[in-house]
Ligand binder design. Sequence first.
Ligand code: PLP
Length: 431
Amino acid sequence: MQYYSLNKKAPNVSFKDAVIKGLAPDKGLYFPESITPLEKDFFDHIEYFTNNEIAYKVIHQFVADEIPETVLKQIIEETLNFEFPVVNIDKNIAALELFHGPTLAFKDVGARFMARCLGYFNMDADKTKVTVLVATSGDTGGAVASGFLGIDGVDVIILYPRGKVSEVQEKQLTTLGNNITALEVDGTFDDCQEMVKTAFLDEDIIKKKKLTSANSINVARWLPQMFYFFFTYKQLKNKEKELIFSVPSGNFGNICAGLMALQLGLPVKQFIAATNINDIVPNYLATEIYTPKPSKQTISNAMDVGNPSNFVRILELFGHDNSKLKNHLSSYSFTDDETRKAIKLLKEKLNYIADPHGAVGYLGLKKYMSDKNAQGIFLETAHPVKFLDVVEPVIKESLELPPQILDVIDKEKVAINISKYEELKHLLLYS
Ligand SMILES: *Cc1c(COP(=O)(O)O)cnc(C)c1O
């Protein structure tokens, strides 16, 4: 499969090069040249396929023959070694739980898939290792660290802001060792991101190192997120009812993967992009004017994004035709206050403990569905224990720690302190 840059000022590349480069040289996001719907028979018989078989069907055309069938199947098997349950919450409403992976974040799937593709592509290369450089405000770092741990030929350097990630998140970043290095930055997340961007443009570094990023702009992190929507369809008892997905959205990678699933033929009536007060996309759908803004801090902080990078991919999917787009996508924003009330209601009335991101998804679903007789699914993107400080005071109950957290919490933190870009550069050049 060939991929083109959405800025249209860079050559087309193979899947392999799109994965290795991340972003096109003209700074555009890569997009597949064609999207071929899957046959109707597959949807009619989806319950007879295993998750691994479904994933292979869904991703195969985007990888084509650049990864041999047996290797791609192996990558899928290693990526999907946990459950994706659809849990009924209320009449017509269910949660798709995406937090059963090793770091309790839905980003585990994308990170694990990308790590293995990159490992495969780098096997035949000269012996230069690839260095994955990422800045994190929390969840991305943990998923990337765990997903890339022990992958041959790939080193990972993660920058995080001192004192600004939760204790659990910090442990997930700093206790693995091996090919994962954590840099604790004296500064904010924006400072971390700035350093990473500077490194990507620094000629001294580019000459010496093969650098890549691991955020959701990378096609190998974005595309496997399509699997979730097919796994849900497989689990639905009643496939006659109209299906609605509400996706808590920040950078819009996950929902964009859902809209790709729609293009592949998945029968979904409507997608809801539910956001916190970072309401760039709800505003765009209302006014048709795209106005990025500095991000605002909220309790659903993995969605604090003021200029969602994947939204251009969504526009491309619908040929930049807003009326077509609105036939498939609605978007609403919610305040922290509303989010806390939703967490409380879900616990008290429906006995379900949601994290702040899932709660935003639930609110989006309720707002769109009102009393429609459809099947609504909201994506629960993180385990509530990752947001203890928000969830426990609202539900007035303490949460039990799952094994994935007990595993890291007592391990020793190892991180290198840095405060200036020069220190990052030195590290990249001389270690
Ligand atoms: C990253 C993240 C999101 C947002 O996903 P996007 O693909 O960036 O829209 C939502 N919830 C959680 C818990 C996340 O970590």
